[in-house]
Design a protein around this ligand. Sequence first.
Ligand SMILES: Cc1cc2nc3c(=O)[nH]c(=O)nc-3n(C[C@H](O)[C@H](O)[C@H](O)COP(=O)(O)OP(=O)(O)OC[C@H]3O[C@@H](n4cnc5c(N)ncnc54)[C@H](O)[C@@H]3O)c2cc1C
Length: 302
Amino acid sequence: MTFLDRAIARTLPAVPKSIVRRVANRYIAGETTQEALDLVTKLNSKGFRATLDILGEHIHSMDQAQRAIQGYLNLLEDIARRRVESTISIKLTQLGLKLDPQHCADMAARLVRRAGELNNFVRIDMEDSSCTTATLQIYRDLRREFSNVGVVVQAYLRRTIDDVCALEELRPNYRLCKGVYVEPLELSYHDMRIINRNYVTILDRLLRGGSYVGIATHDELMVWEALRIIRELRLGPDAYEFQMLLGVEEQLRDIIHAGGHHVRIYIPFGRDWYAYSVRRLRENPRLAGYVFRAMLRGGLRR
Ligand SMILES: Cc1cc2nc3c(=O)[nH]c(=O)nc-3n(C[C@H](O)[C@H](O)[C@H](O)COP(=O)(O)OP(=O)(O)OC[C@H]3O[C@@H](n4cnc5c(N)ncnc54)[C@H](O)[C@@H]3O)c2cc1C
């Protein structure tokens, strides 16, 4: 994280909303389900899969959690009706993880059950380290009843290698990412070289163990390492997929797809786009730096 990244993040509240909107347009599908599904249709026609995230999290009452779950239930119906290739990605704090963990687990089960009935799949995003233990426990409990649910693990956390060993007998469907929250050194690696090596170590272990892995990265070195492991293990394209965020490193995304690999695009949308964009950029100044550099490279296209 550079001084410039921190400076960009600090000046954000002073940036007019219309400008944030222009930047956010590249990374967020819009405010409505209709806009999000139109984008999914377009990406599907180019051969990409999708996963939809309704922007939210950090709720203050279980009523908000109830609204969030209803939003996702409606979304599942709309995905089925429009017959698009998209799963959903959820954040447990949006379903009340911090307010009432049992109720949150019940609501997650309700969502996964309905997704199963509609032949769909629910991915549980991983949030900051205060949520890791509870998220993995809810995932473990859900797997007693359902197979159409997957979880995310973060290569920057020191604990992750132990977490994946502990879950090994379930052969989870994973998304592996580096991790986006700012975590203390006691809990996470800060040195990108170590994070990268840990990413490769964990990926190798998951694929050897027979897990389906969503290889979530825009880092070409990680992509290269993943392709090396895939080749070494002689895995077919249905044993894994690459995953990227909407609007990020699109050229790399197209190259991977043209190489015959499945690519899923993570698509956030919803009315909370402004609060979400500003919070994320302030929480992690490195993102502000990425966005700023993408703008300089002509990133305000879409
Ligand atoms: C599909 C998907 C789902 C994710 N889900 C989670 C999750 O549940 N929990 C979690 O903690 N993290 C999640 N992340 C974020 C992830 O942890 C990383 O923070 C992020 O992907 C950057 O890591 P990287 O592997 O791309 O490598 P980096 O080395 O950080 O980035 C490589 C290059 O990609 C570009 N880049 C990366 N991120 C961005 C961005 N946001 N905007 C613009 N350019 C960017 C930059 O050009 C950068 O140089 C997810 C990422 C993806 C792709």
